[in-house]
Design a protein around this ligand. Structure first.
Ligand SMILES: [Zn+2]
Length: 163
């Protein structure tokens, strides 16, 4: 680990209430690690009986629609922007489900249940296919043991509360 400001090698130093934190002797400062934050969206239709899954080029399995939160943006802005960019659909409303650190990509994912306006889907170039599925089918198609599967389960719990 090297300092992002001066390039000096970082050491781990004990900080009260934090534990071991990377420290730069040169800057004389603790350097907490940075990582991106993204939104993961369980996209449902207005009737809330179908879920929209995404299959990216090169992938076998389906995942949820997701995207990075831009610097200076908040999650509430990122949700409608990402949904529009990836599917062409408008987000009507959303509810926070929880968060999970996604180790594979070193990202903190914020999960949301997102209700989308009915409309024609126009996919961006990263996505091969978007498919509306019943909850049962979505559960089968989703990549197993993934962050997407975790949020899908949280989305079902939330949908179940309304019935
Ligand atoms: Zn430094």
């Amino acid at each position: 680990m090297f300092c992002r400001d001066c390039g000096n090698k970082l050491t781990l130093r004990f900080k009260e209430n934090e534990g071991l934190v990377p420290y730069c002797e040169n800057c004389g400062k603790y350097k907490f690690p940075f990582f991106p934050v993204a939104v993961s969206m369980v996209v449902v239709n207005r009737a809330e009986n179908e879920i929209l899954l995404a299959k990216h080029f090169g992938d076998e399995d389906f995942k949820l629609f997701a995207g990075y939160i831009k610097k200076g943006e908040n999650a509430e802005k990122a949700i409608p922007r990402e949904l529009k960019e990836e599917t062409g659909l408008s987000a009507v409303k959303w509810k926070y489900l929880g968060s999970r650190y996604h180790e594979e990509k070193d990202i903190l994912m914020l999960g949301f249940l997102v209700v989308a306006e009915n409309g024609a889907i126009s996919l961006n170039e990263e996505i091969e296919e978007a498919r509306w599925c019943t909850p049962e089918i979505a559960k089968e198609l989703i990549l197993k043991n993934s962050t997407a599967e975790f949020f899908l389960g949280a989305g079902y719990t939330e949908l179940g509360k309304k019935k």
